[in-house]
Design a protein around this ligand. Structure first.
Ligand code: C2E
Ligand code: MG
Ligand code: MG
Ligand code: MG
Length: 284
């Protein structure tokens, strides 16, 4: 019977599955060392005010430069970081780095707002690392709403008392909240009533085929109108061409980001861009 079971198990965990599991284990070991080895980098994607074209915000997006594999996408390693609990250390590094960069830009007279992505676990279970982040934030003495925290619907789905408390704490400490990837998850409109989101981000899944799909455009218009009625401002992601930018501007969308405007880039070229553009209030 044992032999039989063994054979079944072998059949169940196919060689391909075993290889995949092994690969994930190796990647998570490497990810564990990535912070200490300086392999993580913060990139910034400019966010423009659609009415004026000014760069007024930037989204901090994490990049991992693997010694052999080159750039690894966050779509691949963030879920792994969440499964292994590495997200707390990584999230703390992201927070410190983005807040320090924001403080430096502010110090140079540039009133740019920096958006940071935060995983649901960091809010619900991030005890000590959450507290350290808040302490670091306080030490930087940034003006109110200099930092935006982007959370997904997944964060609000966790029926955890911590979530509500932590989101309120973020607000009390002067951070603005943005609801990311709106429309792709289990969008329950009750969240919008329960929490005070300053910004609603329309996922690029909606923005992508707006030009060819009139229903998609109608959805974007409806989301924008609803957000405005509730006192939120709207940021559209994934704007790929001028036509999309124009459609969204006409629909009253407040801000946009996308490859049509700018790709995410390291801090240094981002600073150069701000200087060259002389916008917003100059980094002389
Ligand atoms: P997100 O927060 O929705 O970020 C927007 C994603 O859309 C970014 O992908 C950005 O590069 C991409 N994007 C922006 N404009 C365009 C466009 O015009 N075309 C296309 N094709 N893509 C565009 P990225 O940087 O690969 O990040 C993917 C996701 O990984 C993020 O989605 C976010 O959920 C997660 N992520 C990234 N950095 C962090 C981080 O520091 N912490 C956490 N917890 N998650 C992060
Ligand atoms: Mg985001
Ligand atoms: Mg998003
Ligand atoms: Mg997204």
């Amino acid at each position: 019977a044992a032999k039989h079971l063994g054979r079944n198990r072998f059949a169940y965990f196919s060689p391909a599955m075993q290889a995949r599991a092994q690969e994930r284990r190796r990647t998570s070991d490497e990810l564990r060392q990535a912070v200490a080895r300086g392999e993580l980098q913060m990139h910034y994607q400019p966010i423009v005010e659609l009415a004026t074209g000014r760069i007024v915000k930037a989204e901090a997006l994490l990049r991992w430069r693997h010694p052999e594999r080159g750039w690894v996408s966050p779509v691949e390693f963030i879920p792994l970081a969440e499964e292994t609990g590495l997200i707390f250390d990584i999230g703390e590094w992201v927070f410190r780095t983005a807040v320090s960069d924001a403080a430096r830009w502010r110090g140079e007279g540039c009133e740019i707002q920096v958006s940071i992505n935060v995983s649901p676990l960091q809010i619900a279970k991030g005890g000590a690392s959450f507290a350290r982040c808040m302490e670091f934030l306080a030490s930087q003495r940034l003006p109110r709403h200099a930092i935006v925290i982007e959370v997904t619907e997944g964060t609000l789905l966790q029926h955890d008392r911590n979530v509500e408390e932590r989101l309120r704490e973020l607000e009390e400490r002067g951070l603005a909240l943005a609801l990311d990837d709106f429309g792709t998850g289990y969008s329950s409109l009750s969240y919008l009533q329960q929490y005070r989101f300053e910004f609603l981000k329309i996922d690029r899944a909606f923005v992508g085929n707006m030009q060819t799909d009139s229903r998609q455009l109608a959805l974007c218009r409806t989301i924008i109108a609803m957000a405005h009625t509730l006192g939120m401002r709207v940021i559209s992601e994934g704007i790929g061409d001028e036509q999309a930018a124009e459609l969204l501007r006409h629909a009253g969308c407040d801000y946009g980001q996308g490859f049509y405007f700018h790709q995410p880039m390291p801090a240094a070229p981002f600073e150069q861009l701000l200087r060259a553009r002389d916008l917003p209030p100059a980094l002389h």
